[in-house]
Ligand binder design. Structure first.
Ligand code: THU
Length: 130
């Protein structure tokens, strides 16, 4: 993962609107076009209406006309790995494949890179539909 991706993710994390969980997350997706799209979690007083950082980054990518993800970076607080939630794994899957790298980052930088296939094995995607 390049430093630009990490920097953008950090900047997005700092802007996250997370007054209920106090858990700010930033995400960046790199499109197949090479462009980087950042997102942050945006919570809501009606709790289930909040959205994850990965979701907003994907929305920015699609709004720009790109529908393939080459790489993902996620950054959050604390010592535990901030991996994408189950729903976001599926959202990433729509635009990525088993080999797509997901970079899990923390305050100090990159912690671990996994593939989407590791996070979501035997996944269902667009190719599964007739
Ligand atoms: N969250 C994300 O935005 N991405 C993740 O990968 C994990 C969790 C958000 C959702 C919620 O706003 C807060 O973190 C606590 O779960």
């Amino acid at each position: 993962m390049d430093e630009t991706m990490l920097d953008l993710a950090r900047t997005a994390m700092a802007k996250a609107y997370a007054p209920y969980s106090n858990f700010q997350v930033g995400a960046v997706v790199k499109g197949a076009n090479g462009k980087l799209y950042a997102g942050c979690n945006v919570e809501n007083s009606a709790y289930p209406q909040g959205c994850c950082a990965e979701t907003s980054a994907i929305a920015a990518m699609v709004a720009d006309g790109e529908t393939r993800i080459a790489e993902v970076a996620v950054i959050g607080p604390g010592a535990a790995l901030v991996t994408p939630c189950g729903g976001c794994r599926q959202r990433i899957r729509e635009f990525a494949d088993d080999t797509t790298p997901i970079h899990i980052c923390g305050a100090e930088g990159l912690r671990r890179t996994v593939t989407l296939g590791e996070l979501l094995p035997l996944s269902f995607g667009p190719e599964n539909l007739p």
